[in-house]
Write a protein that binds this ligand. Structure first.
Ligand code: GLN
Length: 504
C-alpha cells in the first residue's frame, strides 16, 4: 500500500483510481486527511466540525464492499467536506450562526444522502459567512477562515471554509453553495475550481435557505475533472424540492476530458473586464483568452448593458427573500433560545434570541429586506429589482446568440486582507459584481484558476453558459486548465507557499 499521506495531494480522480487499484484503502486515505486537518486547521479554521467517527465508519464500509468484489460508484472511498449550510443527520449544522449553535439535524439533505450512498466519507462541516451572507467568511460567528496562500488574507466567501479546505489538502472535494458567487469567488481567491450549476439541477432539500430563488449547491475541487465527477454525483431530480428540474443534463465528465475548444465561441463581457478589476487579474484573464484562441476557440465581444444594475437588484432580492426565510429562527424550534429573566413571554424570547443569535450582517440584511418588501416601498424596490432581473436574463439571451460561453474575471481582485472590508459593506458587496448575474438568471458558471496576480496570489477566470448547458463549462474549463498547467509546469496549487512547514 502507498503511504496515504502522499495520496492527499492527488486529485480526487487519481485517489479513486488508487483506491480501485488497491494501492490505498479508504480508511488510510480518510485518516491521512483527518491527520492533515489536525495539523493545519488550528491555523486555517476551515472546519466548524470534524466528523471523524462518521467518516471512518463510511471508509471501512467502502473498504469491506470493495474487498467483497462489489462494483462501486466512481468516487467511493474519496473523502468530502460539506459546507455548514447543508444539513447532516447526527452532525451539528450551524450555517455559521450562533442562533443554530448546538442544533443537530434529524435528517440529511438530499445531496448528503447521495454522497453517503456513493460511499464518500464525510470529513466534516466547513466554515462560512453567517447564513452565507458575505464574501470573506468573516461574518461567521465562529471566527474567520484564513486563506492557505497567505494566512492574513480572506479565503473568499461565503464558502471560504470549503475552498480553503480543498486548497490546503484537508479535503479533495467539498460542497459549496452559491447564491451570489459563494462557490466561484472563494475558488478564484484560493486557486481552486468552483462550479455553480444551473438553478434547480441539484436538489436544495436540506439546504438552509438564504434566498430561495438564487441558491444553488455545487462542487469545490482542485481540478475541473473532479468537479465534473462530483457534479454528476449530486445532480438530478428530487421530488422533495419543488424547484428541482427533471433531467436534460449532458455528460460533464466527457466534456471535462475532451480538451477540445475548436470552434467554441467565447464571449468576453465588455461590462465585466475594465474599471474596478485589478491590472494583474485582467492580465491573467487576457492571457487565458489568448491560450484558448490558440487552441482554436473564437473570441468575440458581447455587451450586457443591464449587468451594471445586477448588483443593486441582487442586494434587494437577496435580503428580501432572506428576511422571510430567516423568520423561522425564533428561539422556539432550533438551536439557541435566550429567555429573559424579567419577562419571559414568547415575544420577548424571540426578540432576545434573534437579538443575540444573529450577527450584524444578518441583521442588516433582514432590515434591508423587510424595508424593501414593506407596503409603501415594495414596487419601488423589490418590484424594480425583479424587472432588472428580467433585463439581465434578456442580456444573457442575446449574448448567447453570439457566443457559446461567456467569460470574465471571477472576482475583481485577489484575496484581500482580513479586516480590510469589514467596516465597508459596499466594498464587500462589490466583490460579487461578476458572479451575481448568473444567479439572477439561474444560469451556470465555473471559476478556474487563471494564474498568479497581485502579491503572487491566485486569480480566477469565470465562464458562464446557458441554463442546462453546464457541460460547456466543463469543456472550456477543462481545456483551459490543461493549457495553463502546461505553461506553468503543473497545477497552480503546487506554487502555493508552505503551510506549517508542509509543502502545499
Ligand atoms: N457575497 C454574496 C452575498 O453576500 C454571495 C453570497 C452567497 O453566494 N451565498 O450575498
Amino acid at each position: 500500500m502507498a503511504p496515504a499521506h502522499d495520496t492527499i495531494r492527488l486529485s480526487a480522480a487519481a485517489m479513486a483510481a488508487a483506491l480501485a487499484a488497491g494501492e490505498v484503502s479508504s480508511e488510510d486515505l480518510t485518516r491521512a486527511h483527518l491527520a492533515r486537518i489536525a495539523d493545519v486547521d488550528g491555523d486555517l479554521n476551515a472546519f466548524l466540525h470534524v466528523s471523524e467517527d462518521d467518516a471512518l465508519t463510511t471508509a471501512r464500509q467502502v473498504d469491506a464492499r470493495r474487498a467483497a468484489g462489489e462494483d462501486l460508484p466512481a468516487l467511493a472511498g474519496v473523502p468530502v467536506a460539506v459546507k455548514d449550510v447543508v444539513v447532516t443527520e447526527g452532525m451539528p449544522t450551524t450555517a455559521g450562526s450562533r442562533i443554530l449553535e448546538g442544533w443537530v439535524p434529524p435528517y440529511d439533505a438530499t445531496l448528503v444522502t447521495k454522497l453517503r450512498e456513493a460511499g464518500l466519507p464525510i470529513l466534516g462541516k466547513t466554515n462560512m459567512d453567517e447564513f452565507a451572507m458575505g464574501s470573506s467568511t468573516e461574518t461567521s460567528a465562529y471566527g474567520p477562515t484564513r486563506n492557505p496562500w497567505d494566512r492574513d488574507r480572506i479565503p473568499g466567501g461565503s464558502g471560504g471554509g470549503s475552498a480553503a479546505a480543498v486548497a490546503a489538502f484537508e479535503a479533495p472535494l467539498a460542497i459549496g453553495t452559491d447564491t451570489g458567487g459563494s462557490i466561484r469567488q472563494p475558488g478564484a481567491v484560493t486557486g481552486t475550481v468552483g462550479v455553480k450549476p444551473t438553478y434547480g439541477s441539484i436538489s436544495r432539500y436540506g439546504l438552509i435557505a438564504m434566498a430561495s430563488s438564487l441558491d444553488q449547491a455545487g462542487p469545490v475541487t482542485r481540478t475541473v475533472e473532479d468537479a465534473a465527477l462530483l457534479h454528476e454525483l449530486i445532480a438530478g431530480h428530487d421530488p422533495r424540492d419543488s424547484t428541482s428540474l427533471t433531467g436534460g443534463f449532458g455528460s460533464f465528465l466527457d466534456a471535462a476530458r475532451s480538451r477540445d475548444v475548436a470552434g467554441l465561441r467565447v464571449g468576453v463581457i465588455e461590462e465585466l473586464e475594465g474599471e474596478g478589476f485589478a491590472p494583474e487579474v485582467r492580465a491573467r484573464f487576457t492571457e487565458s483568452l489568448a491560450a484558448l484562441e490558440r487552441a482554436g476557440a473564437e473570441i468575440v465581444r458581447v455587451s450586457c448593458p443591464n449587468f451594471r444594475y445586477a448588483l443593486g437588484a441582487y442586494y434587494l432580492i437577496m435580503p428580501s427573500e432572506a428576511s422571510s426565510n430567516l423568520a423561522k429562527f425564533d428561539g422556539m424550534r432550533y438551536g439557541l433560545r435566550v429567555v429573559p429573566e424579567d419577562h419571559p413571554t414568547a415575544e420577548s424570547v424571540m426578540k432576545a434570541t434573534r437579538g443575540q443569535g444573529f450577527g450584524a450582517e444578518v441583521k442588516r440584511r433582514i432590515l434591508l429586506g423587510t424595508y424593501a418588501l414593506s407596503a409603501g416601498y415594495y414596487d419601488a424596490y423589490y418590484g424594480s429589482a425583479q424587472k432588472v432581473r428580467t433585463l439581465v436574463q434578456r442580456d444573457f439571451a442575446s449574448a448567447f446568440e453570439k457566443a457559446d460561453v461567456l467569460a470574465s474575471p471571477t472576482s475583481p481582485t485577489v484575496a484581500f486582507r482580513l479586516g480590510e472590508k469589514t467596516d465597508d459593506p459596499m466594498a464587500m458587496y462589490l466583490n460579487d459584481i461578476a458572479t451575481i448575474p448568473a444567479n439572477l438568471a439561474g444560469t451556470p458558471g465555473i471559476s478556474v484558476p487563471s494564474g498568479l496576480a497581485e502579491d503572487g496570489l491566485p486569480a480566477g477566470i469565470q465562464f458562464l453558459a446557458p441554463a442546462l448547458a453546464d457541460d460547456r463549462l466543463y469543456r472550456v474549463g477543462g481545456a483551459l486548465e490543461a493549457l495553463l498547467e502546461d505553461s506553468w509546469g503543473g497545477p497552480l496549487l503546487a506554487q502555493a507557499p508552505d503551510l506549517k512547514g508542509a509543502s502545499l
